[in-house]
Design a protein around this ligand. Structure first.
Ligand code: 13P
Length: 249
């Protein structure tokens, strides 16, 4: 993937079926026709291999991985297994997993180290709750998550950060351009402080109720290098206009 070329990634969460993989074919075809943007779809584990057969030039990714390569971890899937299934990207530390599976920053960092060590493009998610923002603690919260969740070592182009304010996920409430600009600038500053020049080349995605109607405004914000899209990534009809908005930005 090109450095800071926009990346539009779809997170299907616990949605999808073999029958819905026609959407992957349609997304891939449109992405090829549009060009200039990196596009990924992250279906559930069970659909990784069949999705790959429909993927054309787009990336198929997973929504989680285990930090270990193998072992007694019932129900978990490792980085080598994901790679064998054809995944080239993985999402680590989504707020739904931080909440439902009680993943800590240290857990997320360990998973991300495994994923980056295995050569997967790794999207590390951070984001504050509504209460944290209301109390004025959103920047400090995200900076703490970055400090705890990001690994020290990674190859150029493979580390990606996604800012997903929890209150904007699946709610239809999208952060304003001003709020996104403030947070993405803070994330960029934290990346540069920690990694130097390399931090300036890490892509920062926005996620949370991204739709065709708001994508262009979000992509126009400085340091928004793409989007992590949930609900609107499930169909080509909704996802393709977001890819096109990224290409036009
Ligand atoms: P929605 O786009 O459905 O709000 O989900 C965002 C998200 O959580 C992507 O990871």
């Amino acid at each position: 993937m090109h450095l800071r070329r926009k990346l539009v990634a779809g997170n299907w969460k616990m949605n999808g079926s073999l029958g819905q993989l026609a959407e992957v074919s349609a997304i891939a075809e449109a992405a090829r026709a549009t060009g200039g943007v990196d596009v990924a779809v992250c279906p559930p584990f069970t659909l990784l291999a069949p999705a790959l057969t429909r993927a054309g030039g787009i990336t198929i990714g997973a929504q989680d991985c285990h930090a270990a390569a193998s072992g007694p971890h019932t129900g978990c899937v490792s980085v080598p297994m994901l790679k064998e299934a054809g995944a080239r990207l993985v999402i680590c530390g989504h707020s739904e997993r931080r909440a439902d599976q009680h993943e800590t920053d240290a857990d997320v960092r360990a998973k991300a180290e495994a994923a980056l060590g295995g050569g997967l493009v790794t999207i590390i998610c951070v984001g504050e709750s509504e209460a944290e923002r209301a109390a004025g603690g959103h920047l400090a919260r995200v900076e703490a998550q970055l400090a705890g969740s990001l690994p020290d070592d990674w190859e150029e182009g493979e580390l990606v950060v996604a800012y997903e304010p929890i209150w904007a996920i699946g709610t239809g409430k999208v952060a304003t351009a001003v709020d996104v600009a403030e947070m993405h600038a803070a994330i960029r500053a934290a990346l540069v402080a920690r990694y130097g020049d390399r931090g300036a080349r890490v892509r920062i995605l926005y996620g949370g109720s991204v739709k065709a109607e708001n994508a262009a405004e979000l992509f126009a914000v400085a340091d928004v290098d793409g989007a992590l899209v949930g609900g609107a990534s499930l169909t080509a009809a909704q996802f393709v206009p977001i890819i096109e908005a990224a290409a036009a930005s």
